[in-house]
Design a protein around this ligand. Structure first.
Ligand code: BEZ
Length: 215
């Protein structure tokens, strides 16, 4: 019978595996527990859009650090290719790449993580997984090869997830610049009639199911 592969989804634990990186061997998710991990794939080394992304990730490295997050790249390239590319970026563009990159020569890690999409070729798509400090996948983003990612959005979601966890709230569209409630956050819906009636007395609300507050 044909083996069916199930896709990794939000809420799944990151599969355990040992990976070869430019900073040596790492064990996922074990070596990153206690931190947020932004694990992202790019189609290939020595390609222009990927180079612009690496420069942006590097320039935002301190912003990720401030959010207790580590970056980890991945592509189906050998480690010597990653090393040469990082050297090239440092020499020619004067940008140091401070994070590790997985050398997934055989594409096995990418396949396990759902980063190869057969309809989009044999290379990794531009995937971003945000993994929480307990090793659970909290966000999955896929971009096509022809569009570079937006660092501000990745940082925004990371911060939003952290505030959501610590305050048990949800973030509106375009948070923290939402058109209706600005930087305020949304209270999760009530689960019974009594709570629904109490809501407008406790919070600012458009209705009992749409209440918000400042954090
Ligand atoms: C790039 O990074 O420039 C790129 C990679 C794969 C396909 C198209 C563009």
């Amino acid at each position: 019978m044909e083996e069916t592969k199930s896709m990794l989804l939000i809420g799944d634990k990151l599969p355990e595996m040992e990976v070869q990186t430019t900073h040596g061997k790492k064990v996922l998710p074990k070596d990153y527990l206690g931190k947020w991990l932004v694990l992202f794939s790019h189609p290939a080394d020595f390609t222009p859009v990927c180079t612009t992304e690496f420069v942006c990730f590097a320039k935002n490295y301190e912003n990720f650090k401030k959010l207790n997050a580590e970056l980890l790249g991945l592509s189906i390239d050998q480690v010597f290719s990653h090393i040469k590319w990082v050297e090239w970026i440092e020499k020619e563009l004067k940008v140091e790449i401070p994070f590790a990159i997985i050398a997934d020569d055989m594409g096995k890690v990418a396949a396990k993580l759902g980063m190869i999409h057969p309809g989009a070729g044999t290379k990794t798509v531009r995937a971003v997984l945000i993994i929480d400090p307990e090793g659970f996948i909290r966000l999955i983003l896929y971009y096509p090869a022809e569009v570079g990612r937006n660092m501000a959005e990745i940082l925004r979601v990371l911060e939003a997830l952290q505030i959501s966890d610590s305050h048990n709230v949800a973030m509106p569209a375009n948070w923290p610049n939402n058109e209706l409630i600005g930087n305020r956050v949304i209270i999760p819906p009530p689960s019974n009639i009594k709570d629904a009636k109490e809501r407008p007395k406790q919070y600012e609300c458009f209705d009992w199911w749409f209440c918000h507050k400042k954090v």
